[in-house]
Design a protein around this ligand. Structure first.
Ligand code: GSH
Length: 221
């Protein structure tokens, strides 16, 4: 039996969603974020980094969302149509699978960290921290995020899903950057294709079931 170590409002939603798409049985062990949003220390007993998601499957521990997705698809994905068949689509699939955590999330995390810099700084230096945060965000981070969001829009406008005309596990991987990105940054570019894609993934029964099993996922709002 698979156990998903599930931190509230986290990337773990993607794994529960994938398991629902795969139709595999699993249990969820819930963890609640501390007041500072960090994971509780007991997650470190499962994996040294203490992050979520992490899964256990018959004694095997797998961490890192992309690696978990590849593991689950490799073991349980046969006949589930979550990996495209065409060569070009397979290349696109692999690209988005790696891009989600390798390129998109570091940028969104930088935005989050610089956004929190003023409130997390000692009171006496807060005005300086605020000035640094605003300048770095406006000059370095926001333009790059805009570039990425424009790229998503153009890619999705091609044929509806990230890897091609059909839904795939690449869309599950991309849900976290897109949902956190569209929910947390000011983006003034075109977003019709992104919005249509968000509506399509959220309408999937497996996505809804994952919310039911894992609990409300605030980043999806
Ligand atoms: N790249 C990793 C990131 C894991 C990660 O940072 N997870 C967050 C939840 S979305 C976490 O555990 N945060 C709590 C903490 O860092 O203490 C993955 O995709 O699995």
């Amino acid at each position: 039996m698979i156990t998903v170590h599930y931190l509230n409002d986290s990337r773990a939603h993607r794994i529960v969603w994938l398991l629902e798409e795969l139709g595999v049985d699993y249990d969820i062990k819930q963890y609640t974020r501390r007041a500072d949003m960090r994971a509780p220390a007991d997650l470190k007993a499962i994996h040294p980094l203490g992050k979520s998601p992490v899964i256990e499957d018959d004694g095997i521990v797998v961490a890192e969302t992309g690696a978990i997705v590849e593991y689950l698809i490799g073991k349980y994905g046969k006949g589930r149509n979550l990996v495209p068949k065409g060569e070009e689509e397979k290349r696109r699939y692999s690209y988005w699978l790696h891009y989600a955590e390798g390129s998109a999330m570091p940028l969104l995390l930088l935005r989050l960290i610089f956004g929190q810099l003023p409130v997390r700084s000692p009171f006496i230096i807060r005005p300086f921290a605020k000035a640094i945060s605003s300048a770095v965000t406006a000059r370095l981070i926001a333009p790059q995020i805009d570039n990425h969001l424009g790229f998503w829009e153009r890619e999705l406008a091609r044929d509806g899903f990230f890897a091609g005309p059909d839904f795939s596990a690449a869309d599950i991987m991309m849900s976290f950057p897109v949902e956190t990105g569209m929910g947390r940054v000011d983006y003034h570019g075109k977003r019709e294709a992104i919005d249509a894609w968000l509506a399509a993934i959220r309408a999937r029964p497996a996505y809804q079931k994952a919310l039911e099993r894992g609990g409300a996922y605030r980043f999806a709002a």
